[in-house]
Design a protein around this ligand. Structure first.
Ligand SMILES: Cc1cc2nc3c(=O)[nH]c(=O)nc-3n(C[C@H](O)[C@H](O)[C@H](O)COP(=O)(O)OP(=O)(O)OC[C@H]3O[C@@H](n4cnc5c(N)ncnc54)[C@H](O)[C@@H]3O)c2cc1C
Length: 418
């Protein structure tokens, strides 16, 4: 079977891998000159199985108002004249209730846990190195109230069998010794012991190389103009330079740009870009640097150790498809690293980056079959695309090839928006 995968981010490349592994002839199309150069490029590096939750949760609208007035705010909303943006926001707010939260979380955890289970096999099969570590995530609480409020999260973690431990400040320092320097700044933490970390771009690039060895063809520098529909089926993918590309089946893994290209096929996906920022800096002294991921609960910023580098990422900005990296855009993430690990890395050598999270209002990605029998979707992974990539790549590949996937697709397909 010949399959065209649209998009060479972490989602497209993992899908291509699982398709090729099962004997499909795969071509991947991407406008960039290589794999993983858009949102998969410099994310926070968390494989956050334990922190898999929708942003749309009870109480979030009130918190969002508070965040927007903070000095170093984790959330910006630019009041654009965009019906799509406001509709998406309205749908997100409608998901901020107990019942929707539980439903959406259950769907997301299904994919995350599957990813957690299948990723080790992929790593063993390919021998890929990606600055990976298996030392958990430490959610760091600066106030007693944050620690107390985490009880609700602990109950949910127990319900989903996600292992965790509650730590006082000495316990936090035991897992992240460099925090001893700033012990007065936090009161404790919640550690998600099964979480892992790693560099998503390095992984995506290395996996694309393996895919090439397996016979996958990557056509870079190929801008997709349209997905052509004829006689009720996908007739091909129209590209700027290479004209129409055809296959037996098509997988749309275009991240934040999926909705725009699918719109003309009649598929309406509420996938909206939510901008985030990161900086990456070299470690100056291991003794003062983070060892795994530390999630600063106050600023909603994640600090992750990736080999001899530190990645600091956060901020949610609702500003349309802007890729602009303004001079002050990374101020919040810079503040958090210098506040918690003042001697760990060299901020003067920090590289700034911005990316667009492909977010659905319910937090759950859109996977599997579409209204066309030869078009399949793998997009809308929002804040958790790196975490969910292997699981969704493998499950979607199974569906494309007509096999029974190992997880249920109930509530994961575009059907739920119909
Ligand atoms: C600041 C930040 C921090 C994050 N931290 C984490 C984290 O710690 N853990 C986690 O799990 N997730 C995290 N994420 C989310 C994660 O990075 C994304 O969910 C994931 O990268 C999405 O992958 P993708 O392959 O769907 O999209 P992309 O990587 O954007 O890939 C889509 C591809 O489609 C191509 N494309 C688009 N339009 C066209 C076109 N018209 N023609 C040809 N090609 C096209 C693009 O070039 C791109 O390569 C973070 C995101 C951000 C922004």
């Amino acid at each position: 079977m010949k399959v065209i995968v649209m998009g060479a981010g972490v989602i497209g490349v993992t899908t291509a891998y699982y398709l090729a592994k099962q004997g499909a002839s795969v071509t991947v199309l991407d406008r960039q000159p290589g794999p993983g150069l858009e949102t998969s490029y410099a994310n926070a590096g968390e494989l956050s199985y334990g922190m898999t939750s929708p942003w749309a949760a009870p109480g979030i609208p009130m918190k969002a108002v508070k965040w927007m007035f903070m000095k170093r705010r984790p959330l910006f909303i630019w009041p654009l004249i965009s019906p799509t943006m406001w509709k998406w926001g309205y749908d997100m707010v409608r998901n901020c209730n107990e019942e929707s939260y539980r439903l959406n979380k259950g769907r997301m955890v299904r994919i995350s846990n599957y990813s957690r289970d299948v990723m080790p096999d992929l790593i063993a099969e390919t021998g890929i190195e990606y600055d990976g570590r298996e030392q958990g995530t430490l959610q760091l609480f600066r106030t007693a109230k944050q620690l107390k409020d985490s009880k609700a999260d602990q109950d949910i973690l127990s319900e989903y069998d996600s292992p965790f431990e509650v730590l006082d400040s000495a316990g936090c320092i035991a897992v992240e010794p460099a925090l001893a320097e700033v012990r007065s700044k936090f009161v404790g933490g919640l550690r998600l012991t099964a979480d892992r970390t790693g560099d998503c771009r390095i992984f995506t690039t290395a996996l694309a190389e393996k895919c090439t060895e397996m016979g996958v063809e990557f056509q870079y520098g190929t801008n997709i103009r349209a997905i052509a529909v004829e006689n009720g089926r996908i007739a091909g993918v129209d590209t700027e330079i290479a004209g129409r590309q055809t296959a037996d089946a098509y997988v749309c893994a275009l991240g934040s740009y999926a909705a725009g290209l699918l719109k003309h096929t009649g598929i309406k996906l509420p996938v909206y870009p939510v901008k985030g920022y990161s900086v990456t800096l070299p470690v100056t002294d291991d003794a003062y640097a983070p060892q795994s991921t530390i999630m600063d609960e106050t600023h909603k910023v994640a600090i992750t150790r990736l080999g001899d580098r530190i990645r600091v990422a956060g901020t949610a900005e609702i500003a349309g498809y802007s890729n602009r990296l303004g001079p002050h855009a990374t101020n919040t993430v810079r503040h958090v690293i210098s506040d918690l690990f003042p001697r760990g890395g060299d901020l003067s050598k920090a590289e700034g980056w911005t990316g667009l999270r492909p977010m659905t209002p319910d937090g759950t990605p859109v996977l599997g079959a579409s209204r066309y029998d030869n078009l399949f979707l793998n997009t809308g992974h929002g804040t958790l695309g790196w975490t969910m990539a292997c699981g969704s790549g493998r499950a979607v590949a199974d569906v494309v090839l007509g096999k029974t996937p190992e997880i249920s697709f109930d509530g994961l397909t575009a059907e739920r928006y119909a």
